[in-house]
Design a protein around this ligand. Structure first.
Ligand code: SF4
Length: 340
């Protein structure tokens, strides 16, 4: 499987009136062709800022990339010329945003917006471009696509608009799509339908997909690997099944325990205490320590590195897991004791 994207030790800071906020503090992840990586975290965890830095759409200033590499098919996007980077971004990498209404042009019919991609990037005639646009709308399951191509974005429901966003991103058949909370504004049934369309297209075109979300429910069926972010850092990575079965970080476990389950009806839902930290004043040591039920003295003074969670510890997937917790092994042992 070929490596599409490799983010290495990426750092982003924001200069504000109150000081410098470290929004992304050395994030690394990789996506191969045909793979889906879900980046999971609460708002403010740095997951969207990382994606914006990767796509080159960071609000700058106040945002600033202060270190790291973003290798796309082996070439560093951060050091290449603006023109070359724009070309890659237009054709080989595409992004799906959370809010389709503000990402689409409100005064141009959706069919014309899609057709423009083919005219500008593929040099197609207007007639051919319009035909391709309708085909694409059918592909993302917009009913009566030929008639609806003349409608404006506000004439579509939220779910249908999000499908049009997917169509826009897919139009040039990119190698990689970054989807930033693509279903957050939708109700649960529509969410599932939109995710199904996205997953189907990803499989069909063997694209890489980075799916950014705060919703564990969204990722279970579509992701291969999950990276959990907290306070601008990755705190756990694991193949999706391993992470759901045996989370190796107390924060991940807290997120999983706070998801409602049909087999736990009537039970009180777990809530992680406290709130995510202020990026202008991150806690010392492990940034999760003020909220962590397992915190010990060392956690207050020593920042945990990303430990490799080894197969020898019974995790099942050698070399594929990491956890930024001094006590990841105790966390797994405690889980095993509960499940024994
Ligand atoms: Fe909790 Fe300590 Fe692990 Fe941080 S290092 S997650 S505070 S146990």
């Amino acid at each position: 499987m070929s490596r599409l994207l490799e983010v290495c030790d990426l750092r982003v800071e924001f200069r504000t009136r109150d000081g410098v906020a470290e929004a992304v503090g050395g994030v690394s992840y990789a996506v191969d062709a045909g793979q889906t990586l879900a980046v999971l975290g609460e708002s403010g965890s740095g997951k969207s800022v990382t994606a914006q830095a990767v796509m080159g759409i960071l609000d700058s200033p106040p945002g600033r990339i202060t270190g790291g590499q973003v290798l796309f098919q082996g070439r560093d996007l951060l050091t290449m010329g603006a023109e070359e980077r724009r070309r890659i971004r237009g054709a080989a990498m595409a992004m799906i945003f959370q809010d389709a209404l503000s990402a689409l042009n409100p005064v141009v019919p959706v069919g014309a917006q899609l057709a423009e991609m083919y005219e500008v990037h593929r040099g197609m005639s207007r007639k051919d471009a319009r035909r391709r646009a309708v085909e694409l709308m059918e592909r993302v399951r917009i009913p009566a696509a030929a008639q609806r191509a003349g409608d404006h974005p506000h004439q579509f429901s939220g779910g249908m608009r999000q499908r049009i966003m997917i169509a826009m991103a897919m139009a040039l058949e990119p190698d990689l799509i970054i989807a930033d909370e693509p279903t957050t504004a939708l109700d649960v049934t529509v969410q599932a339908q939109v995710m199904e369309v996205l997953a189907e297209l990803r499989r069909e075109y063997a694209m890489g997909l980075v799916l950014i979300t705060h919703d564990l429910g969204v990722v279970a069926d579509v992701a291969d690997t999950i990276a959990v972010m907290y306070a601008g850092r990755i705190v756990e990575t694991a193949p999706v099944r391993d992470l759901y079965r045996r989370p190796a970080h107390p924060y991940t476990r807290g997120l999983l325990d706070s998801v409602p389950r049909v087999d736990h009806r009537g039970e009180r839902l777990y809530a992680i205490k406290g709130a995510p930290p202020n990026p202008l004043a991150l806690p010392s040591g492990c940034p999760f320590h003020p909220r962590c039920p397992r915190a010990q003295e060392v956690c207050r003074v020593e920042r945990p590195p990303l430990y490799e969670v080894t197969a020898a510890a019974g995790t099942g997937s050698p070399g594929a897991r990491t956890s930024a917790c001094h006590f990841w092994k105790d966390e797994l042992d405690a889980l095993d004791a509960v499940n024994a």
